[in-house]
Design a protein around this ligand. Structure first.
Ligand SMILES: Cc1cc2nc3c(=O)[nH]c(=O)nc-3n(C[C@H](O)[C@H](O)[C@H](O)COP(=O)(O)OP(=O)(O)OC[C@H]3O[C@@H](n4cnc5c(N)ncnc54)[C@H](O)[C@@H]3O)c2cc1C
Length: 428
């Protein structure tokens, strides 16, 4: 019979966390801080993974990072500039977008743009300080569940046994495939990102030209440049373009080579799309697109809605449960909301574990589905467009932004309500 959590709390309760990405480390930290449960993390790679180059974390996620005690350290490393400037490829400014100040006023938190490596560094530093065990080079290959415990078996033949297990192993989750829901498969979103981090000393830019986020719409997709560090010593750019599913096959070395080739192809598409760029802005964009040394390639995969999130003693969190398009910048914040809710349920409930997971699922699904749909819609702006359609889109956007400012629609907080949401206020 499944034990109650009050029983579990009296004994030395252990949770296995599969995956040492943002959600795995955040889950371990919060369980360590707020419950009597001892987390042990197993990560397949030999070091923390840093896919994505740099990420944006909006106010709903930042508020939770403050509660975890990490916000101040992250803010010392990342950029907090919030302005968004939209450009046409010809070099004129379409308008400015304020997607932050309404939610900032209500939460006290704006937006943080930070290198993935800095985020992981701060998370791992906190895990070390908290004495959390992290085992690197342990790839999960099998799960066995008995009456009292669950066992994870790794590719090197080692095992870990615990009271329950959290699948924090990302969009291609082994916990999901091996045990929780083998039916659901990641789907290619139709959009591929290439990106690079560029030291600013490599690229003398007129002062102030690149503060905040600068988005340029091209016929082949969206090109964006932003600062990624507090000292602005590095810029991050990404280009999102619609492209057919890139089939990556063979060994991981072979796949890496194919990714480099795909990155070169996408960079060529970007160079071509920027040919019509004019003036100082056009030169600047071409300079970024042509001279960046290390360009990474990332086809965006998401999970279809409606998958199963838990089975027996295993629960999926973060991308393993609800991987969404990155275009709403909510992946990490969604993962943080997941772990905060779970810690509350584990801490307060005297329910059997299966009921904790069930309640978690009921509370969490509507919110993640809402954000998932918004992110999917934003991804549509990356689709290829002909010159007339692009011109029309720019005209419509210019008028919308003008009306937005003239009618002071900012006060309605359109698009910003989801960033004010506080998972800790969710009734249990
Ligand atoms: C290009 C791009 C841009 C993005 N931009 C943003 C952004 O601006 N803001 C934002 O909030 N989010 C963004 N995201 C989304 C964000 O990266 C994810 O939501 C977030 O990384 C999810 O964290 P996670 O820990 O669930 O999964 P992951 O970060 O994928 O971590 C999973 C971990 O599990 C490990 N693992 C996998 N399989 C196994 C196994 N079998 N055994 C053991 N370990 C395993 C992996 O090695 C990895 O370390 C972006 C994503 C991409 C691709």
């Amino acid at each position: 019979m499944a034990p109650c959590l009050s029983e579990l709390r009296n004994a030395e309760t252990i949770v296995l966390i599969i995956g040492g990405g943002p959600v795995g480390i955040a889950a371990a930290l919060i369980l360590k801080q707020r419950t009597h449960i001892a987390p042990v993390i197993y990560e397949a790679q030999l070091e923390p993974t840093t896919i994505g180059g740099a990420i944006r974390i909006p106010s709903n996620g930042l508020r939770l990072l403050r509660r975890l005690g990490l916000y101040e350290e992250l803010a010392l490393r990342g950029s907090r500039e919030t302005n968004v400037v939209l450009h046409s490829v010809q070099g004129f400014v379409i308008g400015q977008l304020d997607m932050i100040s309404w939610s900032e006023k209500r939460t006290g938190f704006g937006l943080l743009k930070i290198r993935r490596s800095d985020l992981m560094d701060v998370l791992y530093g906190a895990a070390r300080k908290a004495g959390i065990q992290v085992h690197f080079g342990r790839k999960l290959v099998e799960i066995e569940e008995g009456d009292q415990q669950v066992t994870a078996i790794f590719s090197d033949g080692t095992r870990g046994t615990a009271d329950f297990l959290l699948g924090c192993d990302g969009v291609s989750s082994s916990v999901r495939k091996l045990y929780v829901d083998s039916d659901i498969q990641p789907e290619y979103s139709g959009v591929t990102d290439i990106y690079s981090l560029v030291p600013t000393y490599d690229r003398p830019t007129p002062v102030g030209m690149l503060s905040g986020l600068h988005v340029t719409f091209t016929g082949a997709g969206m090109f964006a440049i932003t600062s990624a560090t507090r000292s602005s010593d590095e810029n991050y750019w990404f280009f999102s373009t619609a492209s057919p599913s890139p089939a990556l096959r063979g060994t991981s070395d072979g796949r890496e080579e194919q990714k480099l080739r795909h990155a070169d192809d996408a960079q060529a598409i970007l160079r071509d799309a920027l040919k019509g760029g004019q003036g100082e802005w056009g030169d600047l964009l071409r300079d970024f697109a042509e001279k960046s040394k290390t360009v990474r390639f990332h086809p965006v995969f998401t999970l279809p809605l409606g998958g199963v999130w838990h089975r027996g003693r295993c629960l999926l969190l973060g991308d393993a449960a609800h991987a969404m398009s990155p275009h709403s910048s909510q992946g990490v914040s969604m993962a943080l909301e997941d772990v905060f809710l779970l810690s509350r349920l584990l801490n307060r409930s005297s329910l059997p574990l299966k009921d904790v997971f069930k309640t978690y699922d009921q509370k969490r699904r509507p919110r993640t589905e809402e954000i998932y749909r918004t992110a999917k819609d934003l991804g549509k702006m990356r689709k290829k467009t002909g010159p007339w359609q692009l011109w029309l889109n720019e005209l419509i956007l210019t008028m919308v932004l003008y009306c937005y400012g003239a009618l002071n629609l900012l006060k309605l907080g359109i698009g910003q309500q989801p960033m004010v949401y506080d998972i800790e206020k969710e009734e249990l």
